[in-house]
Write a protein that binds this ligand. Sequence first.
Ligand code: NDP
Length: 293
Amino acid sequence: MAHNTLEKTPVTLLGLGAMGTALARTWLAAGHPLTVWNRTPARAEPLAAEGARGADTAAEAVAANTLIVVCLLDDTSVDQVLAGTDLVGRDLVNLTTSTPDQARARAEWARERGARYLDGKIMAVPPMIGVAEAGGYVFYSGSPQLFELHRETLAVPAGTTYVGENAGFAALYDVALLSAMYAMFAGATHAFALTRKEDIDPTALAPLLADWLVAMAPAVHQTADQLRSGDYTKGVVSNLAMQVAGTPTFLRTAEEQGVSPELLSPYFELMRRRLAEGSGEEDLTGVIDLLVR
Ligand code: NDP
């Protein structure tokens, strides 16, 4: 189907790494006029062949359009790339990974340069970009007006989830979800290690592991309810005292299997500390209070 490019918001995209290139292709396919720039010009060539306009400098790319999307390696590279550009009157959408403080500082930095700012953090890998059913999305925070104004254009590569005016919140949600993911990977790592030396096919264990993790994941809703009410004993099924009593079995099994307990031990230690405070009837929720103190 032919797209009427006149109706589509023109986009400038700085950064054509794996992610930037995937983003670029979706805007091109949707008929958005696209201006691109990348430090290594060769990465812009295939996109130019697909209809993108290649700019010689970042400044030229920024001058071309109002909506400027940045997808670079890190916050330092954003600094370097935008240093020589004129951002007055521009709508800057920064999809580069950063910390919440870096995002807030970047929002202020953009404001001082006369630009409106929206921070975005991508919850997807490049093959999920432009594939609606893959479930990838981007957290956005910062100017609500900017989000509304460009919502449709930003929704082309992936879903959009706006999490508030505080420009650091997209980064905070991003790191919160990814931190939970790494803890899940750590658990799976330990599980595979336990069975590694046995005659157990890892491809037979994997579906059992995946199903179990999915079955346990909804427990986060109870944690959230308990945090909100302040009552960590509400709806408890397996209390802390019982769970701590079970930990020697896990540690001893690791020892029997010749596996280091170093991924499990820190969490067990926190559970024991919370129990020692007299919280045996609670869920695991109280461990959160130990961490934030
Ligand atoms: P790549 O490593 O593939 O690309 C990095 C990009 O940054 C390239 O365009 C590179 O230019 C550019 N760059 C790096 N340093 C500089 C610099 N000093 N000056 C100018 N340009 C620079 O990374 P991705 O495209 O995968 O990632 C981009 C962003 O997206 C990152 O913040 C990443 O965390 C985030 N992201 C990536 C995901 C992924 O799975 N890939 C998932 C979610 C978020 P050059 O080509 O010249 O090297």
